[in-house]
Design a binder for this molecule. Structure first.
Ligand code: ADP
Length: 614
């Protein structure tokens, strides 16, 4: 007696299958992930039923998944010992559109002109993806219900499917794919091993391929921190980070609101980008319930955090989200915000708890943080808290945070001062530093060419404006009187200097901030500092205009060179003007804006000759 029943697919399913069979050529491999996920779900449900104490068929057979490939026969087989399906379930599950994933996929297809296998991957259309690679699919299934029997379901994807009884099946489901000619690679063990490792390494049931276990590393991020050993973390990091060194930092956290997130993030010991290895790429993979959704997920973190490695798992991520919409979906943005905020908080706590490690992190990754301040408006302030600088109040080599700086500020100090210099020595002997030293105002020393732009972008910290030392409107409280030119004499000298130096300078004025230096130059542009000007020049393209370059020239009326210059201009105007030009060039050297110091050598030699002739 032939007991085979013929069934038609529901119209929508047939439509879906037609697309799967005829239009999807790329990313076929995701069918492996989908069938394994279905097997894992079936195992999960088995465990659940078992835990409830209900009687099940073959209670001693453990939940698990086994794949076998047969190159000669051109087949791949998926076996799971999960809950299996009854006759009714086979009809309901593998022939109608009862499932959310499939429904959403069809809806998206209706809106999309060009279907794409990426979509199917994201939607988790699951079972039907088998037809991307198979010309015929046979499902053997035996429900866990004790009184049930086994069934065989068979289809070529078009025209429906057949169901017939199958005797003596073990509990669970076995799916045999007879591969299409252009999909024969899926009958190769190595191919399947690579795919299983990529997508399904963390499936929480054993997966065997041709008799050997494939998934040996656990999805650590889903376990509670207190029960994870250091070695397990190390092994996990090596596995996902492909790094033989231990990570510098690790953050393992879970959140429930506003999104359910389980995450395990690592900062590698080394930053390969500054080692000249090219731009790093985020190696944080996005999972939904331990199944890979997107490797190296873009947009999960802002670009400037691209040095992170690890895993983010969110069960709130609907599988029915395509890669394209994922990039800018509100959900992704939310995820990004929660993750970034949490990671920044972690860094801040780390700096407090373990300053030595934080310093190592800072030394390695400060450029990324600075990029964050400049490019990430949302997190600018939080990243600002993480910056560290040398300061005039601390010994060389010690770093301070802006927050600590602000705590030390006296009541008469309103701004945070920063001085850009090539080194500590240069900063401390800079003419711009003199007024701060005298007034005992702390100054941050910035040595990295990026820093000044970073401060520009940060703009304020804890409500205090960040100010370049050169632009600070600060005067000495008690200008030096001894040997100083009178106010009128100093003004007259300034006027003479302007006449003598002409277009080489903007304004010439009497300085209120110099102590040891005879003179200083200050960019005439209100917002531009000398170092910024230098950077812009270095970066500028040939046809770019930077606006007029003028430096104002400030003289120290109490400096012996200046008072003697005043005497000399009465006696020997030619010599005095040569000296004036030299003082200006010296000030430019101090500011780092003299383009080529060789231009002043001729004059300097003439002056030396005169000195030696006396
Ligand atoms: P989804 O997994 O998104 O629900 P699928 O089309 O992959 O969609 O599967 C449809 C349904 O078929 C599943 O929800 C499940 O009930 C059933 N199913 C599929 N594979 C198996 C399996 N290996 N064991 C038991 N049930 C399965």
């Amino acid at each position: 007696m032939n007991t085979t029943e013929k069934h038609h697919f529901q119209a929508e399913i047939q439509q879906l299958l037609d697309i799967v069979i005829h239009s999807l050529y790329t990313d076929k491999e995701i069918f492996v992930r989908e069938l394994i996920s279905n097997g894992a779900d079936a195992c999960e449900k088995l465990r659940f039923t078992q835990a409830s104490g209900a009687a099940i068929h073959q209670p001693d057979v453990a939940a698990g998944i086994a794949l076998t490939t047969d190159e000669a026969a051109g087949t791949i087989t998926f076996i799971d010992t999960g809950i299996g399906m009854t006759h009714g379930e086979l009809v309901e599950n593998l022939g109608t559109i009862a499932h959310s994933g499939t429904k959403a996929f069809l809806k998206q297809l209706a809106e999309d002109k060009k279907p794409d296998a990426k979509l199917i991957g994201q939607f988790g259309v699951g079972f039907y993806s088998a037809f991307m690679a198979a010309k015929r699919v046979t499902v053997f299934s035996r429900s866990l219900a004790v009184e049930e029997q086994g069934w065989q379901w068979i289809s070529e994807g078009t025209g429906g499917y057949e169901i017939a009884p199958a005797a003596d099946l073990p509990r669970g489901t076995k799916i045999v794919l007879e591969l299409k000619d252009d999909a024969k690679e899926f009958a190769q063990k190595d191919t399947i091993e690579r795919i299983v490792k990529r997508y399904s390494s963390f499936v929480p049931f054993p997966i065997e391929l041709n008799g050997s276990r494939v998934n040996t590393v656990q999805a650590l991020w889903t376990r509670s921190k207190s029960e994870i050993k250091e070695e397990e973390y190390s092994e996990f990091y090596q596995f996902i980070g492909h790094d033989h060194e231990q990570p510098l930092l690790r953050l393992h956290f879970t959140a429930d609101a506003p999104l359910a997130i389980q995450s395990l993030l690592f900062v590698p010991a080394r930053n390969f980008e500054t080692m000249g290895m090219g731009r790093m790429e985020s190696e944080v993979n996005l999972y939904c319930k331990k199944v890979l959704i997107q490797a190296k997920a873009k947009h999960l973190f802002p670009e400037w955090l691209r040095f992170l490695k690890g895993v983010v798992d969110s069960e709130d991520l609907p599988l029915n989200i395509s890669r394209e919409t994922m990039q800018d979906s509100a959900l992704m943005q939310k995820l990004n915000k929660v993750l970034t905020t949490r990671f920044l908080k972690f860094l801040d706590e780390q700096a407090e708890k373990d300053p030595a490690t934080y310093e190592k992190f800072y030394a390695e990754y400060q450029r990324f943080l600075k990029e964050g301040v400049v490019t990430d408006f949302t997190h600018k302030e939080a990243v600002g808290k993480l910056l560290r600088y040398e300061s005039s109040l601390l010994e060389k080599g010690k770093l301070t945070s802006l927050a600590d700086y602000v705590k030390r500020m006296g009541s008469e100090q309103k701004e945070i001062y920063c001085l850009m210099a090539p080194s500590r020595e240069a900063a401390e002997s800079s003419p711009y530093y003199e007024v701060f030293r005298e007034r005992k105002f702390e100054v941050l020393f910035l040595y990295d060419a990026w820093d000044e732009f970073v401060m520009e972008h940060l703009h304020t910290f804890e409500g205090k404006p960040l100010k370049a030392a050169e632009k600070a409107e600060l005067n000495l409280t008690e200008p030096k009187k001894d040997g100083a030119l009178s106010e009128d004499a100093a003004k007259a000298l300034a006027q003479w200097l302007k006449e003598t130096l002409g277009d080489k300078v903007g304004e010439v004025r009497v300085s209120q901030r110099l102590v040891d230096s005879p003179a200083v130059v200050v960019d005439a542009d209100k917002f531009m500092t000398s170092s910024m000007r230098r950077m812009l020049k270095a970066m500028k393209k040939d046809d770019q205009e930077l606006g007029p370059e003028k430096q104002d020239f400030e003289i120290n009326a109490a400096h012996p060179i200046i008072s003697r210059l005043d005497q000399m201009r009465q006696k020997d105007a030619a010599l005095a003007s040569q000296v004036a030009e030299q003082i200006l060039d010296n000030a430019r050297v101090a500011a780092g804006v003299l383009e080529d110091p060789r231009t002043m050598l001729k004059r300097l030699n003439q002056l030396l000759e005169k000195v030696l002739n006396q």
